[in-house]
Design a protein around this ligand. Structure first.
Ligand code: ADP
Length: 629
């Protein structure tokens, strides 16, 4: 070895989280060890995409490196595995940043997901790994030591080596070719991945759509097919499903797909998918809003992995590919954002996608229901952001109601069609869940009259539904507001307190509750309950109020409520009797406080139950004492 070639091997230590991650991969991930192959191929393909993109936009030629490709070389006897690409390669800094640190939030997200999935189920599903951008390390499922030789344009070659324990090393090497070569010896229990037929079947399963050739022991192993370019009639369901899994890193088939081929003011082709379930990251990752949208291709070249400009935010769960000839290849992100072509594509896509939902609702109600359960809360946001399509989105809304079974839905159209008698308004009630809502005393009147009430259990509803104002000229009203017109009901007022009997009850109620309520009035809506709380005309929906309080995490005082009392209820009648005998009887105030807090409890807004229970005990004591005497 000449002096010049005297190499220094530098050792680096992984950060703590990284050690934790590697430890988990080595010891707990074992349900799908073949995933390592998908991850390595996918990284190689990304590196190749970048080169192809640069070549096309900077008019570089293919002179260095030749055909862009991935090669895999196996040696069954030695149990070795080598995967090489002539993609971008990495400089020393890039190696450290990409393979040595947890600069990416992905690692932590992954650890979190692992912890949630872990024990009982008998191991962790390695499928998870790709979703969090830590895929490279899955290689430690099948080997004890990995060597990465890599070289970027205008940088010195480097050799990275690690056994996935605490450290890795880097040394400078003389490498001529741009690109990356990853090599390792397979563990005994992973030796199947040195067999060509096994590797080939994994490639066909996970990586058939990689749009660079993959050569396995010098034989072509994948078929490059731009699926969306082919006529609908030629596409097989299975192929489409595999493609979906490939681009979305979902392990399930899609719920449905839409294949578009449009020519006109702008021309584009698209293959779009609805996942079966809301992906985990949509629920808890902050970045979910940033990273969404279909892949954008221009003339067969992938321009952007997740092009959020293609769709409005409320359709961010739609996956797929869109390819157009109408954008220049060298589009920068800024151009993508501001181009009128993009705006046009987005507009057409949005219309088509909403049409897709409509036809699912019509022709495949079961699918639509599944879709709505998973993504309804996201789509609803469109009502307040996409005024062009607002009317159509309103038609897509679905609700449970007092007339549906649990889990069944009604549309606003259906609601209006089955409105009874001279009902002029659409009624709704909001709450945390169906059971809680059904026990709300404010429903009693509606139940008795056979009037359907929509039950809004999705937290998004209370922000969206009031903004509809009216549907088919019928105003939407919360049944918890004081200003509902209960004109009926008088016909059976016989068994109720007279005005002068109620008066002292109302007065003492007001006196007892003081400024805890806005007012205490006689109720026309109650049937079986003694009291209920309703919002004043301008009051906020109690659900919104609860949410605001939660968000601010402070004791923001709630808006005051009106307490309605039921003059035909035995408890209220008894109270009237007690008032007549002796207004100072302490049982009166105790009972009144108890009734008020009971109403709060039903509404879900009673804070602290100690007083409630001790008061209840007082009342029980009084009741049992009477029984004894
Ligand atoms: P992800 O690919 O999701 O970002 P990985 O852990 O699989 O996460 O890879 C980390 C990073 O290492 C990649 O983002 C990429 O920058 C770099 N990398 C991995 N493999 C290659 C490769 N074959 N060529 C160039 N860069 C690579």
């Amino acid at each position: 070895m000449s002096d010049k070639k005297q190499q220094k091997v530098q050792e680096f230590e992984y950060k703590a989280e990284m050690k934790q991650l590697l430890n988990l991969i080595v010891h707990s991930l074992y349900t799908h060890p073949e995933i390592f192959l998908r991850e390595l191929i996918s990284n190689a393909s990304d590196a190749l995409s970048k080169v192809r993109f640069d070549q096309l936009t900077e008019n570089k030629t293919e002179e260095d490196g030749g055909e862009l490709k991935i090669t895999i070389t196996l040696d069954e006897k030695e149990r070795t595995f080598v995967i090489e690409d002539n993609g971008t390669g990495m400089s020393e800094e890039e190696l450290i940043a990409n393979l040595g640190t947890v600069a990416k939030s992905g690692t932590l997200g992954f650890l979190q997901a692992l912890k949630e999935q872990q024990p009982e189920k008998g191991g962790i599903d390695a499928n998870l790994i790709g979703q969090f951008g830590v895929g490279f390390y899955s290689v430690f499922m099948v080997t004890d030591e990995v060597t990465v030789e890599t070289k970027a344009d205008d940088a010195q070659g480097c050799l990275w080596r690690s056994s996935g324990e605490g450290t890795y090393t880097i040394e400078k090497i003389d490498r001529e070719k741009r690109g990356t070569r990853i090599s390792f010896t397979l563990k005994e229990d992973a030796k199947e991945f040195a067999e060509a037929y096994r590797v080939e079947s994994v490639i066909r399963k996970y990586s058939n759509f990689v749009d660079f050739p993959i050569y396995l022991d010098n034989k072509r192993a994948n078929s490059i097919t731009a699926l969306w370019q082919r006529p609908k009639s030629e596409l097989k369901e299975e192929e489409i499903n595999e493609f979906y899994k490939f681009i979305s890193v979902d392990y399930q088939d899609p719920l449905d797909h839409l294949h578009l081929s449009l020519e006109g003011a702008v021309s584009f082709k698209a293959l779009l998918f609805l996942p079966k379930e809301a992906p985990m990251d949509m629920l808890y990752q902050q970045g979910a809003l940033e990273n969404h949208g279909p892949q954008l291709y221009v003339r067969k070249v992938m321009i952007q992995h997740e092009c959020k400009e293609l769709l409005p935010e409320y359709l961010r769960f739609v996956k797929g590919v869109v390819e157009t000839e109408d954008l220049p290849l060298n589009v920068s992100r800024e151009v993508v954002q501001n181009s009128p072509v993009m705006a046009k594509i987005r507009q057409i896509l949005t219309t088509k996608i909403i049409g897709w939902f409509e036809s699912l609702a019509q022709d495949h109600p079961e699918k639509f229901r599944q879709f709505y359960k998973a993504f309804g809360p996201v789509v609803k946001i469109g009502l307040n952001t996409d005024f062009t399509n607002r009317e159509k989105l309103i038609e897509l809304l679905r609700f449970e109601s007092t007339a549906t079974e649990e889990g069944e839905f009604v549309t606003l159209r259906e609601y209006v069609e089955r409105m009874v008698g001279d009902q002029k308004e659409i009624y709704y009630l909001s709450g945390d869940n169906r059971q809680q809502m059904l026990s709300n005393p404010n429903l009693e009147y509606f139940r008795k009259k056979g009037i359907e009430v929509l039950l809004l259990a999705d937290p998004v509803d209370v922000f969206v539904i009031p903004s509809i104002n009216e549907y088919d000229k019928k105003p939407l009203k919360s049944i918890e507001k004081a200003d509902i017109d209960f004109k009926a009901g008088d016909e059976e007022k016989k068994d109720t307190l007279s005005k002068n009997m109620i008066e002292p009850v109302l007065r003492l109620f007001k006196d007892t509750l003081g400024d805890r309520v806005e007012d205490v009035v006689e109720s026309h809506r109650l049937v079986n309950s003694p009291v209920t709380l309703v919002g004043g005309k301008d009051a906020m929906d109690p659900q919104i109020e609860k949410m605001l309080r939660m968000m601010k995490q402070s004791d923001m005082p709630g808006t005051k409520k009106v307490l309605e009392i039921n003059p035909s209820h035995a408890v209220i009648k008894n109270l009237a009797g007690l008032c007549l005998l002796n207004e100072n009887d302490p049982l009166i105030r105790t009972t009144m406080n108890q009734l008020y807090e009971g109403a709060l409890l039903l509404e879900g807004s009673l804070e602290g139950t100690a007083d409630f229970v001790s008061r209840m005990n007082d009342i029980i004591e009084a009741a049992t004492k009477q029984a004894k005497s």
